[in-house]
Design a protein around this ligand. Structure first.
Ligand SMILES: [Zn+2]
Length: 106
């Protein structure tokens, strides 16, 4: 029985969204850009139904391609915490003085 509309095959790399060819796990672009260790690893993990490895490798692939920022937020995107609750204002002053070279004992 043939289905009228086949689901579009999408590249395994989260956030990529490119189509992939039947029989392949990744799109041509990701295959070309990823190190073999990851691209081959994804295929092998999928074939061998090692789903945890498969998921981990997909995350690595996304990180490698800078597509996934959910579990590796850019430090530049983080709001600067000016008043860390673990550092008292006095301690902060001492640390700043040390950074400025005004004190060496803090
Ligand atoms: Zn892709």
């Amino acid at each position: 029985m043939k289905r009228a509309a086949r689901p579009r095959l999408v590249c395994d790399v989260p956030g990529c969204g490119n189509g992939r060819r039947p029989g392949y796990r990744l799109c041509d672009r990701c295959t070309a850009r990823l190190p073999e260790e990851i691209s081959v690893g994804i295929v092998a993990a999928h074939d061998e139904r090692r789903w945890l490895d498969h998921a981990a490798l997909k995350r690595r692939a996304a990180r490698f391609l800078n597509l996934d920022t959910t579990d590796c937020p850019s430090t530049l995107a983080q709001p600067v915490r000016r008043h860390s609750p673990t550092v008292s204002p006095q301690r902060a002053y001492e640390l700043q003085a040390r950074m400025l070279g005004e004190r060496t004992d803090a």
